[in-house]
Design a binder for this molecule. Sequence first.
Ligand code: DSN
Length: 412
Amino acid sequence: MWKDNLKDADPEIFGLGEQETKRINEGLELIPSENFPSRAVLQALGSVFNNKYAEGYPGRRYYGGNEFIDIVENIAIERAKKLFGCEHVNVQPYSGSPANIEVYFALMNFGDTLMGMNLSQGGHLTHGHKVNFSGRAYKIAQYGVDPKTHLIDYDEVRKIALQEKPKILLSGATAYPRKIDFKAFAEIAQECGAISMADIAHIAGLIVGGVHPSPFPFTDVVTTTTHKTLRGPRGAIIMCKERFAKDIDKAVFPGMQGGPHEHAIAAKAVAFREAAKPEFREYAHQIVKNAKALADALMAHGFALVSGGTDNHLILIDLTQKGLSGGEAETSLDKAGITVNKNTVPYDTRSPFDPSGIRLGTPTITTRGMKEGEMKHVADLINKAINNHKDDMALAKVREEVKELCRHFPVY
Ligand code: DSN
């Protein structure tokens, strides 16, 4: 119904929504940090919960009229606690970057040392990159991956941590195709007197689905976005041990944020309910099965995969041997209806603006029901597009094949 109203009120935006829906339905969206949430999640986002100012926390608001909002926020909190098995949750962070910065603001003084994974080797901007707030306000120590195996070298992490004595030791990544040993990180943090923090944004859905080890109960503070493998609305939450709860809550509000986005919080609650179902567990397992099948099929076509494969939802391809850059591949694949993003590979010799790799993953194609059999087909299509990356006619033909495959797996 809202769509009809939008159609009358703003045909231009409505029309673009129609085009975006068509793009989603007819293309392969392989960006590993994206997903297609349910209509229920989208309805909660487009609901009356958008309207309310609710600065503060349930039962302690700075505005009247929050009797229903309080219930919604409490439901979101309780569901997240149960889903992840954590002691305290703040569901108000607007997104992943604010959530991470709120943790730093809560638990460190400016100038203290933050140790995280280097962006160029799989970390995130907010894990201490020099252009980001995290790299400006704090002293930074960084770890990466082993030059040969492309795996995190936990002995090396320990060595750096003992030397740099960070206030926070952060684990988590945005372009790491293997399992992360959160227990090893927490032990290293304990040994060097640091607070252990994990950013599980990419793999939260895999963790609740039981297909990746959890950072709980040993990690002190855990952040996650809610829109990636978790398949909820764009947003984030911060989870922590009870002893950090007061500082975290104070840093989120009034420290960094004003009015919480209660429509997003309502949608987070809906997503947490969905993620607690047995079907979601199956979904998470299928994401990984699909990623492994896609990785195997790509390697059979001669693609070089960082770390030689994947354990999670994500695949990082080094295109050096294929003779094109990540940027060129992204553009050509776009023409073929296949969406990926250019990405640095570990020890990349090219610039981050046109790096050597592309990053792809299986969360959205698994959401639309594709299984291992389709992964072989997807790999063939990627291979065809890359091999013909300069030939627009050939790419248009691949686009038709992509459309035909997708026709059997409608999204919205
Ligand atoms: N921008 C996200 C990603 O694509 O991995 C990380 O926050």
